[in-house]
Design a protein around this ligand. Structure first.
Ligand code: G4P
Length: 192
């Protein structure tokens, strides 16, 4: 998506060795016009899949996911990160390790809001190692819901998540895929 690539080039900041900061338009301050366009693009890409529900993980995925859900006219459910040791038995739960932050979170979705018969679109802001998406896929499997696609704002193509998930047969649509980035010069190369 040209609009997103241009914005990343203009306002993204490469933090060596491999982090892209997009706090000025996506991860802290949010550009509502940009994320609305992203939601429209996800609708265009996944139209025809009969999506009944959009899911994401708190926090940064929610804004983009809500635009996609609104465009599609379906509910958004965000998995909560749980710090409590006692996970209730009325929730689906999975462990998600964050390579970037070096910690593990339990993510949970109430059984009430994800169940058999749901045709799910998973949305997230970043795809790096794929841990978050794998956790969300696990919740869907437990629920007997069908994952019809995965929509990502920014995929770091030099990290393995996207490749591994595509090899498993998931339809992954990333609005911008970064082939490489240079922490010293700030240069970002997109996959065409
Ligand atoms: P994954 O997202 O593919 O599982 O990979 P990883 O374990 O490396 O990512 C952990 C967290 O770091 C995720 O956020 C992810 O969105 C974020 N992240 C990964 N690479 C980058 C990057 O280059 N730039 C930025 N800004 N974020 C990155 P999270 O733990 O779910 O936190 P939240 O911000 O959604 O609350």
């Amino acid at each position: 998506m040209k609009l997103l690539e241009e914005r990343i080039r203009k306002d993204g900041v490469v933090k060596p060795p491999d982090i892209l900061k997009v706090d000025s338009f996506l991860n802290h301050q949010i550009d509502p016009i940009l994320i609305r366009e992203m939601g429209r693009e996800f609708k265009r890409l996944f139209e025809g899949e009969g999506i009944t529900k959009v899911i994401t993980v708190e926090a940064s995925g929610i804004a983009i996911a809500i635009e996609a859900a609104a465009e599609m006219g379906v509910p958004l459910v965000f998995a909560k990160k749980s710090r409590s040791r006692n996970i209730a038995n009325d929730v689906w739960t999975a462990k998600v390790f964050s390579f970037t932050h070096g910690n593990t979170n339990d993510i949970v979705i109430s059984k009430q809001y994800l169940s058999q018969g749901d045709r799910v679109l998973i949305i997230d802001d970043f795809l790096a190692n794929g841990e978050a998406v794998r956790g969300l896929v696990s919740l869907c499997e437990q629920a007997g819901a069908e994952v019809k696609g995965v929509g990502i704002a920014i995929e770091k193509g030099f990290q393995p998540g996207g490749k591994e998930l595509r090899e498993k047969g998931f339809r992954i649509e990333s609005l911008a895929i970064i082939e490489s980035m240079n922490g010293e010069t700030g240069e970002i190369v997109f996959r065409s």
